[in-house]
Unconditional design. Structure first.
Length: 174
């Protein structure tokens, strides 16, 4: 499939969704109206969040020295690096949408691949707002059990994947 074909399909789906939502409002189709409201609310939320988040990512990229990342998250950093990266990921706002640019910055600054993979996974598993919400709905016992199971598995999987790729001489492009 060519790039132009993919772009055309994406455009067709986008226009189709817009027509569906507009038609839903004109014929009073409640599920379509709700989809349109939810989509609009989500877009507005991200438009408010993304500029601030990308500004913080840019500041991180400029202010944090490569030597600092290499010392704390690079080769030879040990298991302590997973603690640091879990704290960083826990404070990430915006979920995985913003975790990937930070992961890219970490990789370019010399963090081990296993640490980069752990960051992305921890951003999906250990974010403080998510843990707070989950514990209020499911209870602290459930959250503690999930975290106790998730953290070692993230560390193990990230370390194995990082070592496998480094063994194959995978290099992050600068």
């Amino acid at each position: 499939m060519t790039e132009k074909t993919k772009q055309f399909i994406l455009l067709l789906l986008t226009v189709g969704f817009g027509v569906f939502v507009a038609a839903s409002f004109s014929v009073d189709f409640e599920p379509g109206q709700q989809m349109g409201r939810t989509f609009g609310s989500t877009v507005l939320t991200f438009l408010g969040l993304l500029p601030c988040a990308f500004l913080l990512i840019a500041l991180f990229d400029v202010w944090v020295k490569r030597e600092t990342i290499e010392r704390h998250l690079g080769h030879g950093s040990g298991l302590r690096a997973y603690g640091w990266i879990m704290l960083l990921a826990g404070m990430t706002v915006g979920g995985l949408y913003l975790a990937f640019p930070v992961a890219c910055s970490l990789a370019k600054k010399g963090a081990r691949l296993g640490i980069v993979f752990a960051y992305v996974n921890f951003a999906g598993v250990c974010r403080i707002p998510m843990i707070t919400f989950e514990s209020s709905v499911m209870g602290w016992k459930f959250t503690a059990i999930r975290m106790a199971a998730s953290i070692p598995l993230v560390v193990l999987a990230s370390e194995l994947l990082g070592r496998c790729l480094e063994h194959r001489r995978y290099v992050v492009k600068q």
